[in-house]
Design a protein around this ligand. Structure first.
Ligand code: ARG
Length: 567
């Protein structure tokens, strides 16, 4: 929906003869709401218009009096303070959310674009740690945000399924592994074997030679090597897929690193033809000194191509074959340099779309205050965290609402939602700390709190006979009190927040917004009678309740959480 800020900007720009976007950027929400719902500082216009801000504000205020959307406009110290018409705004906002929440949130600005989003991308035969959760959930939310704004999306899981590591996996499995044990708990078992390999190789370096030989065989397509490697992938994928199922996450393509094995030579050739490759200590690299970056290694001294080369091949594939015009990578901030190099090399290869590539970085995830690390053997498995969250959600529900039908399904939605929301609510660059007692707190800034607020709104509507997605119609809003107005005013800002989150590729802005929306709704719910109000007011408040329910549900979807109707 068109925001009220833009309505104000349009009128002000006409009156003052200044560009609308300039005005829009200046409009504020006054901290003290008694002053107004919107405020426009006029200081910036003083120089171009050669008049004092006070004069400009006075002229503007009197011109704005006649706009129907505004109840009043008053000059004050170089500002124009505008009060919106409460009844009209409430009518527009509540109706619009109920009729078409998608259109309310978004004007589909990205229609015609096609974005490829690389997210999750765990490594085969390695654990999907709580840390990988961040990429998965931030990535999934970005996919949904972009789609909601009109973009086509291609979700890609760039599985780590290639590398010398697989030689070690094969040797370890052949020496100490057991097929049945691997089948039962593949990732843990393969990791255990891998760790054992490193321990034994310290005393017996010939193991490393064996591993190299097996990797060579794998590269050469040796039947046994390929069969084992594929089996590791199949077994790991089963574990990952179970996690994705719990999280409600999906991909359009699984294109692992190995997919690019036959597509890298072309990249190397092109770099060489374009004169971009230089020799450095036996390796072939693209020099990036001019951009203050270390060289991007393309071919190692032993002839092997590496991570960056693979990512170059992958980027070309995503653009040329999958038709993406915008590439997005949701990967931890420790790979920032890698992506800067990658985008720079693409640019030097003459790909103008390199300018539209983005690395969406994020900070670490700590677990009860501790850093996670695979190397120190401190692996926290995401499946365990999710299962524990579901268990704890179940006991909370058992205590709060023992007669609830579908307790298990709700416990799953709430437990998983708790973990996911905790991840998304913070600025993605901040470190996230994960503690069960915090993430499951129904009164805190948590997923369960938002889900509970949604269920509460559903329950009010149910009691009034509005089931499922029934709309509540109202002819006119008579009196809109302050608490109700605060809630409506917050609802009216949804589109602005949504667009900023899309522009910044930052789901946390939407998460914070929905938390605030829930705070406003809960204050309204506690302090304003709904079901016991006189008939016309009752209907108005039910309609507002329904608008909140609808928007909260939509935002939960965008963030990848379920919205149970009863909790
Ligand atoms: N598998 C890598 C890791 O776990 C992440 C891959 C990210 N995507 C990419 N195109 N490089 O660190």
């Amino acid at each position: 929906m068109r925001t009220y800020k833009s309505v104000l900007a349009e009128h002000a720009s006409r009156v003052l003869q200044v560009p609308e976007t300039d005005v829009l950027a200046l409009i504020e929400y006054p901290p003290n709401r008694e002053l107004g719902d919107l405020a426009l500082p006029c200081f910036r216009f003083a120089r171009t218009l050669r008049r004092s801000p006070q004069e400009i504000a006075a002229e503007l205020a009197s011109a704005l009096q006649s706009v129907a959307a505004f109840a009043s406009a008053a000059p004050a110290g170089g500002y124009v303070n505008v009060h919106l018409s409460r009844s009209q705004t409430t009518h527009e906002v509540v109706d619009h959310v109920q009729q078409n929440v998608d259109g309310f949130l978004s004007s589909r600005r990205l229609t015609g674009q096609r974005a490829a989003i690389d997210y999750s991308s765990p490594n085969i035969a390695k654990p999907f740690g709580v840390g990988h959760l961040r990429s998965t959930m931030i990535g999934q939310a970005i996919v949904r945000l972009l789609e909601a704004d009109g973009s086509e999306t291609v979700g890609i899981n760039h599985l780590g399924d290639w590398g010398t590591q697989f030689g070690k996996n094969i040797v370890a499995y052949l020496k100490w592994g057991d097929e049945e044990v691997v089948r039962q708990d593949p990732v843990r078992e393969l990791l255990g074997l891998y760790v054992r390999f490193h321990e034994e190789a310290k005393a017996d370096p010939s193991l490393d030679d064996e591993a190299r030989e097996w990797f060579k065989k794998l590269e050469d397509g040796d039947e046994r090597a390929v069969e084992l490697w594929q089996w590791f992938i199949t077994e790991s994928r089963k574990v990952f897929d179970e996690t994705y199922r719990l999280l409600g996450v999906s991909f359009d393509y699984y294109l692992g690193e190995s997919f690019y094995n036959d597509k890298m030579q072309a990249v190397v050739d092109e770099l060489r033809d374009k004169g971009l490759l230089t020799h450095s200590e036996g390796a072939e690299v693209v020099d990036l000194t001019e951009w203050n970056m270390p060289p991007c290694i393309i071919v190692k001294s032993d002839g092997a191509t590496i991570y960056a080369t693979r990512d170059l091949a992958a980027a070309l594939y995503r653009h040329d074959e999958l038709g993406a015009d915008r590439l997005i990578y949701v990967v931890g901030s420790e790979q920032t340099l890698h992506f800067q190099q990658l985008f720079k090399v693409l640019e030097r290869m003459g790909r103008p779309w390199a300018a539209d590539c983005r690395h969406v970085a994020f900070g670490m995830m700590k677990y009860n205050g501790e850093r996670l690390s695979t190397r120190r053997g401190k692996v926290i498995y995401l499946e365990d965290v999710l299962q524990q969250a579901i268990q704890e959600a179940k006991s909370i529900i058992e205590a709060k609402n023992p007669n609830l039908a579908d307790k298990d399904a709700v416990a799953q939605a709430v437990g998983v939602g708790a973990v996911v929301f905790n991840d998304l609510k913070n600025d993605r660059m901040h470190e996230v700390d994960f503690r069960f007692e915090d993430v499951l707190n129904f009164d805190g800034e948590t997923g369960p709190y938002v889900q509970y607020t949604h269920a509460r709104a559903c329950s009010v509507l149910r009691k009034a006979g509005f089931e499922n997605d029934a709309k509540v119609t109202v002819d006119a809003y008579t009196q809109v009190d302050d608490l109700t107005w605060n809630l409506v005013h917050h609802l009216a800002q949804a589109n602005e927040v949504f667009e900023r989150a899309v522009d910044d590729l930052d789901p946390s802005q939407v998460a914070r917004y929905v938390l605030d929306l829930c705070h406003h709704f809960n204050r309204f719910y506690h302090d304003v009678p709904i079901l016991s109000a006189p008939a016309d007011l009752r209907q108005e408040r039910l309609a507002l309740t329904n608008a909140c329910r609808t928007l909260i549900k939509k935002v939960l979807f965008l963030l990848g959480l379920e919205a149970p109707e009863r909790m």
